[in-house]
Design a protein around this ligand. Structure first.
Ligand SMILES: *Cc1c(COP(=O)(O)O)cnc(C)c1O
Length: 375
């Protein structure tokens, strides 16, 4: 069976974990944490980065930093992973779900302005499959209506909007290092801060509501409880693993993009008719996170997954539109979100991981092309 995903190891993960253990400092905010944070700050130009135990946690930090509360509305795409909305629901906000574009799972920027009310405090954008949302239009809305923009960049490492790294455009952003993402640490995440007003408080929230980070820098002579927060920081063991991955970021990205390009070339040259290929707007790049097809009908999508399974290829579908989830459907008061539901019904995601070979991609595309001709 060709699996859907297989976590890639660079070879240095356990060596760095041994170093962390030998150093005698294995709790958070040690040498490897600082190296990882500096890597992101220097490579992409964030004002400040903090490692977290997941992207979900980084999004929760964003919700706390933005002072989201029960009086607020937060605009979130419906077609996304649960955490994009959950982090704000935990602050008791009302979620206003936005639809996808007709041709891309990303939220349709043209539909956002009518969703804004005097209660709206933030817009959370998701760069689906690492492909940028139209950030100029979103940042314009944010400045007109005085909103905070949070980028859920879980899938968007090393991807760009008009040359700007994703995650550096909104006020705050969140990345994931879950084992299904491009760069991994098992579970893991990162908070990116682009607006300086959030920096001081972010360190306090990260360290269980204490000013311990300031204490360790020698800026104050005792530390204590000064704000809300949680234990959002990962141990050095996680950071050591992550650093081994970051050292190989370019190699990982090159291979993933090569596989993505092979899928795209072979399927577009075959002119398949029942499934359409992913579209990358001119302002965006693709980062080899995910290769998906969009079927004309749900039946074609489900039949393709079954057909691939018969040929020992594991393809998957996701997400259930969040406005129709068991947990939140009764709170959705807006209109039907037909494009989000369309991607829920018709999108299929193909195997894409570092150790996948070009021969395996050719085998997968051949199977799809033959199936497309046959139905
Ligand atoms: C993976 C993912 C998350 C959650 O990341 P975790 O690190 O598992 O918390 C959130 N949003 C999106 C869009 C994702 O793809």
């Amino acid at each position: 069976m060709i699996p859907f995903n297989k976590p890639f190891l660079t070879g240095n993960e356990t060596k760095y974990i041994e170093e962390a253990v030998a150093s005698g400092k294995i709790s958070g905010n040690g040498m490897f944490t600082k190296k990882c944070q500096a890597f992101f700050e220097n490579t992409y130009g964030f004002k400040k980065c903090l490692l977290t135990t997941s992207c979900t946690d980084a999004l929760e930090m964003c919700a706390i930093l933005a002072n989201i509360n029960a009086d607020d509305e937060v605009i979130v795409p419906s077609y996304t992973f649960v955490s994009t909305a959950l982090a704000f629901v935990r602050q008791n906000a009302k979620i206003i779900f936005a639809d996808s574009s007709p041709r891309h799972p990303n939220m349709d920027v043209a539909t956002i302005e009518p969703l804004i009310t005097n209660k709206t405090k933030a817009i959370v954008v998701v760069h689906y499959a690492g492909v940028a949302c139209d950030m100029d239009a979103i940042m314009d809305l944010a400045s007109t209506y005085n909103l905070i923009v949070i980028e859920d960049a879980a899938q968007a490492i090393a991807s760009y909007y008009k040359g700007k790294p994703l995650g550096t455009i909104g006020h705050l952003s969140a990345f994931s290092f879950h084992e299904t993402k491009n760069i991994i640490s098992g579970e893991g995440g990162l908070l990116g801060i682009n607006d300086e007003q959030f920096i001081d408080r972010s360190e306090i929230i990260w360290e269980k509501g204490t000013n311990r980070s300031q204490f360790f820098r020698g800026e104050i002579n005792k530390y204590g409880w000064v704000d809300t927060g949680s234990s959002f920081l990962p141990s050095e063991i996680i950071a050591a693993f992550l650093y081994a991955q970051l050292e190989n970021l370019e190699q990982i990205q090159n291979k993933r993009k090569q596989l993505w390009n092979a899928y795209y070339k072979q399927l577009s040259e075959a002119n398949i008719t029942h499934f359409s290929l992913p579209q990358t707007p001119e302002y965006a790049t693709q980062n080899g996170h995910m290769f998906y097809l969009v079927a004309k009908t749900e039946k074609h999508r489900n039949d393709l997954i079954a057909h691939l399974k018969d040929h020992n290829i594991h393809a998957v579908f996701h997400y259930q539109s969040l406005h129709e989830s068991d947990y939140y459907k009764n709170n959705h008061t807006g209109r039907a979100l037909i494009h989000a539901n369309f991607f829920t019904a018709c999108l299929v995601s193909l195997p894409l991981f570092f150790d996948l070979t070009l021969e395996q991609v050719a085998q997968i595309t051949k199977t799809i092309i033959a199936y497309d001709r046959e139905i």
